[in-house]
Design a protein around this ligand. Structure first.
Ligand code: PEP
Length: 264
């Protein structure tokens, strides 16, 4: 009942020219795959050119971050209002934002609210550090991150009422990304990820009710490749993947989306 979802987070990689080349290389072959939502998250400056290149394509665009204010004196920042013209999704709470840019749960909460108040659907990232995992604190950490990020947000809150065609809170996508698995080549096992995602869905059910929790897509992220995607998406609780490194290689990303379509 949940459409699988695969997003490629290019992080701070690709010039505009490289981004255009990569997307042109993948576009037609991705468009030929059915039954999976496919999303690309290039750097901010490539969103506008890719938006033009992708007119009529099934590939949807996502920003990697944003500010929570609509406009103002925030030098160097990008707002939900600006992004709303170019993309449908925004990654919020990525562990690299938390780790290198000091983003707290409170900031993530303000950003989730701002995205929904605009027209953007958040891909909300949560994940535990290695030491938290080893101390058996994964469940507690994820519950805190999710509860704080969604504080004050009801599942039915929506910006569609504003007439700007935005998302309802329950359309949000959650990405479970254990920090120890990101960019390390050491992915979680499918079993581990499925069990943790099951408990994340339980936390969502506590916040928004079981029916809504069953509709929210929850992805796994952390060293996903074409060679291991099957391990994750063969679990019915894992609705797809947030992919970093492997999304920068056309053949790998195509394999991940293609395998997801085949298995689900
Ligand atoms: C990410 O940064 O969201 C990620 C999952 O990266 P990688 O696939 O490279 O581990």
């Amino acid at each position: 009942m949940r459409t699988p979802f695969v997003a490629g987070n290019w992080k701070m990689n690709t010039t505009v020219g490289e981004a255009e080349e990569l997307v042109v290389n993948m576009r037609d072959r991705l468009d030929a795959i059915e039954g999976v939502d496919r999303v690309l998250c290039p750097p901010f400056i490539s969103l506008a050119p890719l938006h033009r290149i992708l007119q009529g394509s099934s590939i949807r665009l996502c920003a990697q971050n944003m500010h929570f204010e609509t406009k103002g004196a925030y030098t160097g920042e990008i707002s939900p209002l600006m992004l709303g013209e170019l993309c449908e999704f925004v990654i919020l709470g990525h562990s690299e934002r938390r780790m290198y840019f000091g983003e707290t749960d409170e900031v993530v909460n303000r950003k989730v609210k701002a995205a929904l108040a605009g027209t953007l659907t958040p891909i909300l990232c949560i994940g535990e550090k290695l030491e938290e995992n080893e101390a058996g604190r994964t469940g507690e950490v994820l519950k805190r991150q999710l509860t704080n990020a969604l504080e004050g947000i009801e599942a039915t809150d929506e910006s569609r009422d504003s007439g700007r065609g935005g998302a309802a809170a329950e359309d949000l996508v959650v990405a479970y990304e254990p920090i120890w698995a990101i960019g390390t080549g050491k992915a979680a096992t499918g079993e581990q990820a499925a069990a943790t995602i099951g408990s994340v869905r339980g936390v969502l059910a506590g916040l928004w009710g079981e029916g809504t929790a069953q509709r929210v897509r929850i992805l796994y992220g952390g060293s996903v490749t074409g060679a291991n995607i099957e391990e994750f998406v063969s679990h019915p609780d894992i609705d797809g993947a947030l992919v970093g490194g492997a999304s920068l290689k056309a053949e790998d990303f195509l394999a991940i989306v293609g395998q997801t379509a085949k298995i689900r």
